[in-house]
Design a protein around this ligand. Sequence first.
Ligand SMILES: Cc1cc2nc3c(=O)[nH]c(=O)nc-3n(C[C@H](O)[C@H](O)[C@H](O)COP(=O)(O)OP(=O)(O)OC[C@H]3O[C@@H](n4cnc5c(N)ncnc54)[C@H](O)[C@@H]3O)c2cc1C
Length: 483
Amino acid sequence: MKLIKQLNIILLPLWCILLISLVNVNASALSSCLASIKGQTVYPNNKTFPSLIIDENIYVNYTPSVLVYAVNNQDVQTSVNCAVKLKMGISARSGGHSYEKYDLGGRNNVMVVDLTNINDIIIDSKSQTAKIGAGNRLGVIYNKLSQAGFLIPAGTCPSVGIGGHALGGGYGFTGRKYGFASDNIISMEMVDANGKLLKIDNATNSDLFFALRGAGGGSYGIVTSFVFHIHPTPPQVTSMKFQFNPNQVQQLFKAYNDVGPSLDNNIVLSISLSKGGLSIDGLYLGPSANAKNAMKQFLSEAPKPTSSKFIPQSFFDSVKTFAYVPPNEVANPKHNPYFFKAKSFLVNKGLTSQAINTMIDFLNNVSCDTYALFDLFGGTANINDVTSSLIHRDVLYGIQLLGQDWNSKTQGDKCIKQLNDFGKEFQSKFTSYFSYQNYIDRDLDDWQTRYYGQNFKRLIEIKAKYDPNNLFNFPQSIPVKTF
Ligand SMILES: Cc1cc2nc3c(=O)[nH]c(=O)nc-3n(C[C@H](O)[C@H](O)[C@H](O)COP(=O)(O)OP(=O)(O)OC[C@H]3O[C@@H](n4cnc5c(N)ncnc54)[C@H](O)[C@@H]3O)c2cc1C
């Protein structure tokens, strides 16, 4: 035993030298394989590397082997071919807003293909379509499309990337009129696990067209561009903001449950509930006189707001109103890294008063800053589409419970545990079985069914057909076979 220990001490430096040289061999094999890439490649020894792997959520971190800033399809194809050749993991990053940092592969030592520089936006006003590079962020897209008089339905945060967003759904303030972002995809280009560029639409590779529109984030290949159906912006829209006395929360939810489903499809509302706070943000796609009229019944059944605003604006100004970043950042979005953890629930028929009390009790007692958003679904977003794998259709509202900004790892761990424990119980007692995959959550049990329902089986078959060796994988990716 003593001899083995002594031998180990003598051999340790040799092991280290061997290990370092192996890493170097891999690093040099990697850089020579990627030599023809037109975009920039950034390795961990570059001094800018640490800042380039900071995404929106910083509660979890991974270190990739290399960041490839692809500038065209060929760069993405070369990256895939190198990952296969060198038996490396590979992951796509568009906006870097994955709640669990799965854009970095959900593990260390992955090749990350960053699509920031694949950012064309080509608008065809006549056909009301736009070809949009997967590396664009929502703020840039809203800005460019608005200038041409158009919009796509998508989320409110300007720095979210269209890549991950539209492949997992994509819901925002125009969703009841125009559906999810994914519902508006007409076609895509995707680099598959063989490094081949595939055209995907309802007629060509239609199984992938189904899989990618709902379950496409990170599981099947790297989407480099989308063609979206775009919609004319109304000459004026109305942003709405209401504050309520938190003591009247039950009456507010009763009105939301009762009147919400029949509200004009030009309206989307979102209730925000926090310790001592109760408010609604909303958008009406039209002038304020019409907005007031369309909100009449809801406001007559809701408690009297303590403040109420109908703000007539251009569509792009309304994006700024709800962006929660300085207005000049919207068209040039950047990351605002912070610690957060979210749980997602979907409700079909409205929460009971007991459920609301349970939520309030949690918000009053949880150990970190936490709020819940209740986004009104319905309208076009609820129309089932058999050509899409997105299942969340029969939904009255989607709830996002978000804990954030803790001061220490201990406080963060405690808060995350509280959110997880509460989420599990709340979901089992008060909401549907399902959760929204764009608010991806590593701690969610049976996520396969909660995100994809009965489509999960078909998604596995499509995965096995296009990526049988499971090149594109992360902890919650679509697998090649059932477990
Ligand atoms: C602050 C904030 C606000 C948000 N607001 C909304 C909202 O209003 N509505 C809503 O629906 N969602 C919202 N989300 C959720 C958001 O839609 C998802 O986090 C989405 O996945 C982010 O996309 P991304 O490209 O920015 O992220 P990334 O982290 O780059 O990617 C997310 C996942 O998709 C994969 N992926 C990315 N690009 C591609 C590609 N081109 N091809 C294949 N796979 C790819 C990644 O590998 C990763 O697994 C919000 C998120 C944050 C952090």
